[in-house]
Design a binder for this molecule. Structure first.
Ligand code: OOG
Ligand code: MG
Length: 257
């Protein structure tokens, strides 16, 4: 096993065994090598039978960059095993020290195989849904450098996606409200996501292209958190609402066990 494969195995094993590992020193790998580690760790999941579902963007909002002390856009890969059910139960035994953050999820209707403009991006989308991402760094105390978090598939662990809507008209500046047991824990706006969440799709298309990859129609794109992440604990009812009661995208929720 070379160094890339070794790092991928370490992170993949840590995720499966739900244990923290120490991050590599920031200069142990280049950013390009960190993405190679990420892909090698996903290959291990695919070899075990998981299926590719799409991509996620990270650090698309200032709130997240400030919370984690990392200030570059990053991206990771999603598999079917990460999907938790809307309205279902999230079992903390599957995670190490999970946090939840409010997001939007897109599903594509055409293959993305070239860098897209914002207008073209809209044309490649089938629907949008309110979503939450459950991030779960494999690193001790959830602390990492840019290279380390990229190698760790950008802390990807779980995602919960609400009902799909084909109405993209309210996306520019919709209210985002995440609640624990009916109390607000994060309030924000979809405008916090790169100024407009469609820009996450534009960025995804560029990053995929630069990596020599494409995304088949029917893939998910998690746009990145609109606000900071909150730690999960047993017994919580977690809900995220995007936009107003009548005209918004609606809500997505889960209970924590
Ligand atoms: C890295 C993942 C960031 C987002 O939406 O900004 C991310 C982390 O915060 O652990 O998923
Ligand atoms: Mg996220």
């Amino acid at each position: 096993m070379n160094r890339i494969e070794q790092a991928a195995a370490l992170l993949d094993d840590a995720a499966r065994e739900r244990r923290e590992v120490d991050p590599y020193p920031a200069d142990a790998f280049t950013l390009a090598q960190a993405y190679e580690i990420q892909r090698a760790s996903i290959r291990r999941r695919i070899d075990r039978g998981e299926r590719m579902k799409g991509v996620k963007l990270g650090f698309t909002s200032r709130a997240k960059m400030i919370q984690m002390g990392v200030d570059s856009l990053i991206w990771g890969l999603l598999t079917d095993a990460m999907i938790e059910e809307d309205g279902g139960i999230v079992d903390l035994a599957r995670y190490i020290h999970p946090r939840v953050e409010p997001e939007l999820c897109f599903v594509t209707r055409r293959d993305i195989d070239a860098p897209l403009t914002a207008l073209e991006a809209a044309d490649h989308l089938e629907a949008v849904a309110p979503a939450m991402e459950i991030i779960d760094s494999r690193y001790r105390d959830f602390k990492f450098s840019l290279q380390a978090v990229v190698a760790d598939n950008c802390s990807s662990a779980g995602l919960v996606v609400g009902a799909w809507s084909r109405d993209f008209s309210g996306l520019a500046n919709a209210g985002v409200r995440m609640q624990f047991d009916g109390r607000d824990v994060q309030i924000g706006s979809t405008a916090a996501i790169l100024g407009h969440p469609l820009r996450s799709v534009v960025q995804a298309s560029r990053l995929l292209n630069a990596a020599g990859m494409s995304l088949p129609a029917g893939s998910l794109i998690m746009a990145g958190a609109a606000a900071a992440a909150e730690p999960l604990r047993p017994g919580l009812h977690v809900q995220c609402q995007i936009g107003g009661e009548a005209s918004g995208l609606g809500r997505v929720a889960f209970n924590v066990r």
